[in-house]
Design a binder for this molecule. Sequence first.
Ligand SMILES: CC(C)(COP(=O)(O)OP(=O)(O)OC[C@H]1O[C@@H](n2cnc3c(N)ncnc32)[C@H](O)[C@@H]1OP(=O)(O)O)[C@@H](O)C(=O)NCCC(=O)NCCS
Length: 244
Amino acid sequence: MNNATDTHDPAAGEFRDRDAALEAALPRQPVQPPRLAWIPIRALGPGHRPRILQHLLALSEHDRYLRFGFLATDEQVARYVDSLDFTRDEVFGVYNRRLQLVAVAHLAYPPEGDAAPVAAEFGGSVSSHLRGRGYGARLFEHAMLHARNRGLDTLFIHALSENTAMLRIARKAGGKVERAGGESDAYVKLPPETLASQVEQLVGDGAAELDYRLKQQARAVRTLLGALDEVRQGVAKSGQAGQG
Ligand SMILES: CC(C)(COP(=O)(O)OP(=O)(O)OC[C@H]1O[C@@H](n2cnc3c(N)ncnc32)[C@H](O)[C@@H]1OP(=O)(O)O)[C@@H](O)C(=O)NCCC(=O)NCCS
């Protein structure tokens, strides 16, 4: 068979050189991280405060500035975490395989008996190495669903105007952004709750809980295998010492 890839074909080298030159001339596309279809978002409670704090303290200075609207010190971040009211608000997050929190969101509800406001407020953050994969948008959709199922009709975000990622999420969710200099407010109207939205929440929360339990079990198995390996190595060493 004689084709252009045949090494005996004098034209083959010419084609290879031409292809290499064409490839070198092509503009390099940045590699897009994969977008995840489903992300297990789990409800967090008071017992998760240390891990929420760890996640927030690991954010860069600039991210902290974007998250809180000012350059919060470690003490201010710790005070914020201590002040989280898990009975009134909802806090939820995403755990990785090693059970570290890689994304956290706070959905703050208006105080009970507050007649006027019907909006819940969203704030959140994603660990820098996982940005651009849809975690932020998924957290926001989760907040929209939960706020809607609590009977609220608006989700509100207060962000710095430079926070393009956050404002993009709000706009893509149908939000109206009002810019006032360096700060912006975004309002996303929520549809009324339905049986389907309640079921969606139940199923999503149940699946995230299951995912967490499986990760816990996988970690326990890894720890057990590590311990067994240590025992095996110890036995092998003592066997060698006995022979010597
Ligand atoms: C805002 C934040 C939560 C977004 O998280 P994320 O996981 O990267 O968000 P997503 O992957 O869902 O991306 C959302 C959109 O913003 C875009 N985007 C992400 N980073 C961007 C950036 N630096 N500049 C411009 N657009 C950006 C994405 O392309 C995506 O748009 P698309 O759906 O049209 O592609 C994250 O950047 C973060 O933690 N920032 C620091 C804390 C913060 O600003 N919190 C919000 C304060 S309320």
